[in-house]
Design a protein around this ligand. Structure first.
Ligand SMILES: O=C(O)C1=C[C@@H](OP(=O)(O)O)[C@@H](O)[C@H](O)C1
Ligand SMILES: C=C(OP(=O)(O)O)C(=O)O
Length: 403
């Protein structure tokens, strides 16, 4: 097993980090570029695994695709292939075969698609008989994954009757639905999203030249580094205040955890603000990918926390709730679930392990969220290469702290 041993004890921190491009924006831009038959190359496309699998599928002459561990690629391509004439097979990693897709498949089949399960009902791999879709009106539970909704929205302009989606339940990850809507508008189509109803009339996309922003979820690990270190300055290049990414909320949230973020023309400058709250409370329903960053930061700063809105973490790259509970216990922190969809730490401690080896469960965010713990104690991160799912140069950037 590969192991990354780390203990970071910098005298000063003065870094410039070129963050990876957003994988969420990259994967949408690729689908929209394909749907608009664009002659342009997308600029600043991410080079991460989740984007590479989408590029490979869209560029290939194959009929069978393995999208590995990429949730967005699985969901977006399922919808894309459902409306593309031909017979297709789509599969993914062992974990992807446990991540639910039934709501999306049922929705597509009710709109005129023909999709079958090859192994287990409700899960990839899928056999898709692609054809023109009739569209119409559907009701969809918005509480499982917004990726199903984004996937349906992007192909909606090409449905014969357009598409009206009435979202039911507590809709999660709404900023990602808004990101899809904004990008569709940039590619020249009208989308209405009001009162839990999304309406897309039959239309055609227009190709545009598109440049992808840097990734705010990746930025969160640098906020964590500065918060834990409590000193230094870090310039994160290519980030803007008015971002389509809901995870840009990280800048405001870290004001409570010792970090000041200033917007400069080249990016965001992080410096300490000396302000650490005694208890951190937040509902992560709009920013599920930030939860791991905050759990590790709070524990290492001795700040009790109570998170809500984290129910979707159980169906991501791993069960992130279980993974956080297991791995933070190795560092000496006892977390618990006050209720379904919640995670908390009330200050309870256990004995820290002597030789700390953090398991990453094939989850890039476990590796990246735990790496800054090395500013406090020596840690080894198992299977560090998992970071390539969203941030291939993460370890090169972390090594700048050792220089
Ligand atoms: O649409 C997207 O790009 C994403 C949506 C979110 O998933 P859910 O909608 O499943 O929460 C997020 O966790 C994922 O990393 C990316
Ligand atoms: C949940 C994530 O990705 P996906 O669902 O696209 O696999 C993530 O990157 O944290």
């Amino acid at each position: 097993m590969e192991l990354k041993k780390l203990h970071i004890t910098p005298n000063t921190i003065d870094l410039k980090i070129k963050l990876p491009a957003s994988k969420s924006i990259s994967n949408r831009a690729l689908i929209l570029n394909a749907l608009s038959y664009s002659p342009y190359d997308i600029q600043n496309l991410s080079d991460c695994d989740d984007t590479r699998v989408t590029i490979k599928a869209l560029d290939s002459n194959d009929r069978s695709f393995d999208i590995g561990a990429a949730g967005t690629a699985m969901r977006f391509l399922t919808a894309f292939l459902a409306k593309t004439v031909g017979e297709w097979v789509i599969t993914g990693s062992e974990r992807m075969k446990q991540r639910p897709i039934k709501l999306l498949v049922d929705a597509l089949n009710s709109l005129g698609a023909r999709i079958e399960y090859i192994e287990n009902e409700g899960y990839p791999p899928l056999r898709i008989l692609g054809s023109a879709l009739t569209g119409g009106e559907i009701r969809l539970n918005g509480g499982v994954s917004s990726q199903y909704i984004s996937a349906l929205m992007m192909i909606a302009p090409y449905m014969q009757n357009g598409l009206k989606i009435i979202l039911e339940g507590n809709v999660i990850s709404v900023p990602y639905i808004r990101m899809t809507m904004q990008m569709m508008k940039e590619f020249g189509v009208d989308v209405l999203f009001e009162n839990n109803t999304i309406d897309v009339k039959p239309q055609v996309y227009s190709p545009i030249q598109y440049k992808v922003e840097s990734d705010w979820s990746a930025a969160s690990y640098w906020f964590e580094v500065l918060s834990i270190a409590g000193k230094g300055r870090i310039m994160l290049e290519g980030l803007y205040q008015n971002s389509y990414q809901g995870d840009s909320k990280v800048a405001e949230l870290f004001e409570q955890l010792g970090v000041k973020a200033e917007y400069k023309p080249e990016g965001v400058l992080l410096t300490p603000n000396g302000n650490y709250v005694s208890k951190f409370e937040y509902d992560f329903v709009d920013q599920p990918d930030l939860a791991q960053t905050f759990a590790v930061t709070c524990c290492l700063k001795g700040i009790a926390f109570h998170f809500k809105g984290v129910q979707s973490l159980k169906i991501k790259e791993t069960n992130r709730i279980a993974a956080l509970i297991n791995e933070l216990a190795k560092l000496g922190f006892i977390l618990f679930e006050p209720a379904e969809g919640e995670l908390a730490w009330s200050g309870e401690r256990c004995k820290q392990e002597e030789d700390i080896r953090i398991a990453t469960y094939e989850d890039h965010r476990m590796a990246m969220a735990f790496a800054p713990a090395a500013l406090v104690m020596p840690v080894s991160i198992e299977e560090p290469q998992v970071v390539s799912k969203s941030y291939p140069s993460f370890w090169n950037d972390i090594e700048k702290l050792l220089a």
